[in-house]
Ligand binder design. Sequence first.
Ligand SMILES: [Zn+2]
Length: 138
Amino acid sequence: MADVHSKEARSYNMSRIRSKDTKPEMLVRRFLHKNGFRYRLHVKDLPGKPDIVLPKYKTVIFIHGCFWHGHEGCKYYVVPKTRTDWWLHKIGTNIANDINAETALKNAGWKVIKIWECLLKKKEIEYTLNNLKSLIPE
Ligand SMILES: [Zn+2]
């Protein structure tokens, strides 16, 4: 297949792809794939646009950045000292949206799994991913 994109267009596409396929999400996807789970990504017609959807298991997975989603008690959730109110409002809105999406999904019969990014760091990832497997219904 011929590559019709100019170099500029291609690097633009690449940067767009990169921003969507963040590294923590890739780690989870790779694990799922290796374990034989088939998934869809960023399903727009589901509440909260879940990062990973496992239709066969009626399960969705959100991978939450600790800062943007306000991971309580997490060392990566530090509210900036400047424009503190603005940040608190911003993050508070994200949290409210997360709760709404989760409720709507559960009401529609979906199992909702949330993974915090800090639990995908080197020291935690093995436990997190094994635990994830046990959370996905048979
Ligand atoms: Zn965290």
